[in-house]
Design a protein around this ligand. Sequence first.
Ligand code: SF4
Ligand SMILES: [Zn+2]
Length: 325
Amino acid sequence: MTEDAWKIEAMKAKIKSKSTVSSMLHKLMLDEYKDKSALRDTKHFHPSELCKRDWCVRQSVYKIMGMEESNPERPKAFTTLNVFEEGNLIHRKWQNWLNKAGVLRGQWFCLECEHQWYGENSCPECKSLQVSYREVPIYDDEHHILGHSDGHVVSGDEEFLIEIKSLGMGTFRYENFPLFNKYAKKEITADQMWNELTRPFLSHLRQGNLYMHCTGIHRMIFIYEWKASQAVKEFNVVYQPEVITDILYQLRGAIYDLEANMIPKRPEWIDSKDHQACKYCTYKKICWSSDDESTSKVQSEIRYPEETGGSDAGSAGADRRIIRR
Ligand code: SF4
Ligand SMILES: [Zn+2]
């Protein structure tokens, strides 16, 4: 063995892969996550959950009713919390750039006089620029929807909402499994998978349309950032009410149930408690121990096939509400 080879072998013996720093920080991150979760509203439906492929209306109603979680959420792994934080940083980066460009509108908080307002970034009370961006409030009283959109941009004649998405492998696995599977089987590279993305994922389209429905701003630009290379794609989308018709229909049914103190039936596509959607549901025990037939009026539910292009067979009219700011 050469002298260099000996040195490399000696170095390898000294290097141990051990998660010292991440272990040190994990508890702090878990505490922060718990504090943020405690502040989250539990009395409304949130677009981020409504748009998911496996959204269960019954689970949302349990939460709104304040039912005890019989199957509490497990502590998040360090990697999961790290993914959340990275996503937050990417959001802040784009919002900061848009703010510096002078085109960002939304809810602001003045750090000097504590005034809150909707609009441009200087405080109308004290003229301060020491302000904090609180994004775009989303609210629809009729459907009990509450949330926030990432941004509202006004530039010359252009006006649109923005939705920033940082994409990793997990995003492709969850949102477009057929495409991810081609990568998993080594038929395409990771960059080819990214290149094959030519439109927003269906769940993002549903989320965006809910935001457009609630704000009355009928154009949205999705900013997709690929975490592997920081490559960016933009998708320009206009309001398509048919994409969210069935979500709004289900919400009206759920509100009827809530007012009558009833629990909605389980979605038709959940055929047993072993279904993937129920696996980590915090209400699994109570849900599957109750008598389903005694719970609610019949509520038909339409489930989107994965990546079908965003249209559905819902027939109820889209009763658009314009609730701005
Ligand atoms: S256990 Fe399954 S069916 Fe029941 S509320 Fe949870 S996700 Fe819905
Ligand atoms: Zn002020």
